[in-house]
Ligand binder design. Sequence first.
Ligand code: HEC
Length: 457
Amino acid sequence: MYPTFYIPGIGTAWMMGIIGVVHVVASHTSVGASFLFALLETRAFRQNKPELLAFIKRYGAFLLVFSYIIGSITGPGIWYAITVASPRGVSGLIHNFVWVWASEWVYFTVEVIGVYALVYLIDKVDARTHLMLTWTFAMASWATMLLIVGILSFMMWPGNAIWYETGRAADAFFSPNFFAQLGVRTGGMLVMAAIVGLVLASRVRDRAQRREIIRLVAPVGLSGGAIAVLMFFAYLHTLPQNAIVMLNTHLLPVYGREMLAVFIVTASWLMFCWVFPQRVYTSLAVPLFVLIAVAGVWPEERMRESMRKPFVAGQYIYGNQVIARNVPGRGIHDEVDRIAAHGLLALHPFIPDRLRVIDDANRLEAGRLLTRLACANCHSLEPGGPLRSLPDKLHRATDEDLIAAFLRGPLGHGTQPYMPRIDLPDAEVRAIAHYLAAVDAGKDVDRLIDQHHKNGR
Ligand code: HEC
C-alpha cells in the first residue's frame, strides 16, 4: 500500500482523464499522420508529384510542434498522474509489462528521430530513401500504439483466465480485447490524422493541389472511421461482465447519443470535403477539429475508465488499490478478507499513529482518511464534484445509520458489480458514516479537523 493522493474538487481520476484526453488527441494524430504521409509520399513517388512533398513537409513541421511537444509533455504527465492516483495499478502494469514498455520506448525514439528526419531530409536524400524512411516512421509509430494497447486492454482484463495461473506477459497481452481495441484505435488515428490534415490542406494556396490533397485525405479518414466503428462493435463483444453492466446501466444512457452525434458530424464533414474540396475553409476545419477531438475522445476514454470498474487493472486490483483475488502465477494474494478482519487503519502502512485506533475525539478525521482510502479513487468527496460525487450519490443523507447500513450491506457483501467489496470492521464503517454524514450536512469538515488539532495543542 502507498500513501493516498487526492485532488480536492475534481478528484485524481479526473486529472488523469484531462491529461489523458489531450495525450490521446496528440498521439493518435501523430500516429495517423505518419500513415497519411506514407500513403501520400507513395503516390508522390509513383506518379512523380513532388509538390505533394511540400504538403508533407508543412504537415510534418506542424506535427513536430503540435503533436510531439504536447504528446511528450502529456505522456510523462500521465505517468506522474497515475503513479500518485493509482500506485498499485501502475506497479501491477510495470511488473507484467516491463519489457513491453522498454520496447515501446525504443519505437518511440525511432518515431521521434523519424519525424525530424522526415521533415528535414526532404529534398536532401533521394526519393526512394526518403520513402523508406517515411514507411519506417509509420511502422514505428504504429508499433508504439500496438504495444500500449496491449497494456490498456490488460487494464480492462487479461482476457485469458490462464494468465492468473501462468503469470506470463504474453498471456496478459494477447486477448480478443487487445485485437479489437487495436482496430478501434487504428481506425481512430486515421480519422484524427485526416481531420488535422484537412486543417492544413485548407491552407494550401494552389487550388488544384489543394483539391488533390483533400481528395486523398478525406477517404483515408472515412475508411478509418468505418474500421473504427466495425471494430467498436467487435470490441463490445470482448468485454467482461462487469463492464457490460456498467455500459448498459450507466454509460450508454449518458454517452450513447453524444457518440452517435460525433460520428454523424465526422462522417458528414469528411464526405463534404471529399465532394466539395474547394469549400474546405480553415475557419470551418479548425472548429470541427476541436469539436471532433474533444467530443469524440472524451466519452471514449471516460467509458473505458468507467467500464473496468471496480478494477483498475487485470480484474485483480481494485480502484481503491486493494488486491481483489489470488493470482498464483504472480504470487499475489487477495487482501479483502484480511482487511475485513483487521481493518484498513491497522494494515495500511501510511496511517498517522494518532489515527490507528478510533475514539470519539478522532472519529471525524479517521473517517475522512478512511473515505479517501476506500472511496476517493472513484468518487469526488465534495458535493457537486464531477466524479460520481459521494454526497450526491448518497442524496446528502445525514443519517449515519443509513449510510452505515449501505456500507455494511451492498458494499460489505460486494453485491454491486461496479463497486469493490469494501468490508470493514464496525468501528471503521461508523467512522466513514460519521464523516460522510458531516459532509452531507454541509459542514466544513477540513476546518473542523484543523480546529480540533489547534485546540488539542
Ligand atoms: C473502484 C471504484 C469505486 C470505489 C472504490 C467505490 N465506488 Fe461507489 N460507485 C462506483 C461506481 C462505478 C458507481 C456507479 C455510479 C456511477 O457511475 O454513476 C458507484 C456508485 C456508488 C453509490 C450510488 C449507489 C449505486 O449503487 O449506484 C454510492 C452510494 C457509492 N458508490 C458509495 C461508495 C462508498 C461509500 C465507497 C467507499 C467506501 C465507494 N462507493 C467506493 C465505483 C466505486
